[in-house]
Design a protein around this ligand. Sequence first.
Ligand code: ADP
Ligand code: ADP
Length: 226
Amino acid sequence: MLSLNQVSKHYDNKKMRRGKPVKAVHEVSFELQPNEIFALIGESGSGKSTLAEMIVGLQKPTSGSIIRSEPSASIQMVFQNPDRSMNPYWRIKDIIAEPLILSKRKKQAALEQVSQLAEKVKLPLDILDRYPTECSGGQKQRIAIARALTMSPKLLVADEITSALDPSIEAEIMQLLLSLKDAEGMSILYITHRIETISRFADRVAVMRNGEIEALGGTNEVLFHS
Ligand code: ADP
Ligand code: ADP
């Protein structure tokens, strides 16, 4: 559904004092399959976010190509810090409905769809009339996922979305993603620096180090036989 060919992102950092060139991502190639959970792991600074941003189109590769067999609108991204993408003065239902309203759906129809989405991501319906500050971190990530689902994505890119959450909440969010993968038939690119959390969850794993893919394969193969 998406293929990366020798994708690189190099920064020359010439304008920075004592700036040195950085190969944030260097000649990365792999394919994402339909309906799989693909975990991208690696230490902080290894290039995971840069790669994710190129996949969703927020950044352009310096070289190489990314071929999407789906229109890029069907790729959605959820970030580590949900507050950055939520207007604190809006009610949750309006936050979730925003992409639908922007795509010129009638407001009433959009709001009806919001309750279905809330059920899908297992948000209590009374949350919909609240504001972001009245929601927990886990609930905010469910809200961000619900909003991403308004666009019926074929690929959901999740960049460290559970890294600020307690392990028990993290497990619940992963369970949710697993059920969405099955119910919606979508693929999930799950980015994390916490490798212990993905073993029961991901179909495949790629390990990044210094901008390159160091290992890639089935989860058990990569995590337990290297
Ligand atoms: P990760 O998501 O694995 O933490 P990043 O993709 O954020 O890694 O960063 C990879 C490398 O690229 C790091 O060395 C980082 O400092 C560098 N980098 C990221 N963005 C920029 C930028 N806009 N300008 C210069 N260097 C950058
Ligand atoms: P990291 O946690 O990988 O160090 P950040 O989360 O600060 O990096 O941001 C990485 C990139 O993603 C930045 O270019 C930032 O503009 C973008 N970004 C982060 N959160 C959001 C968001 N909620 N909405 C849009 N862009 C975001």
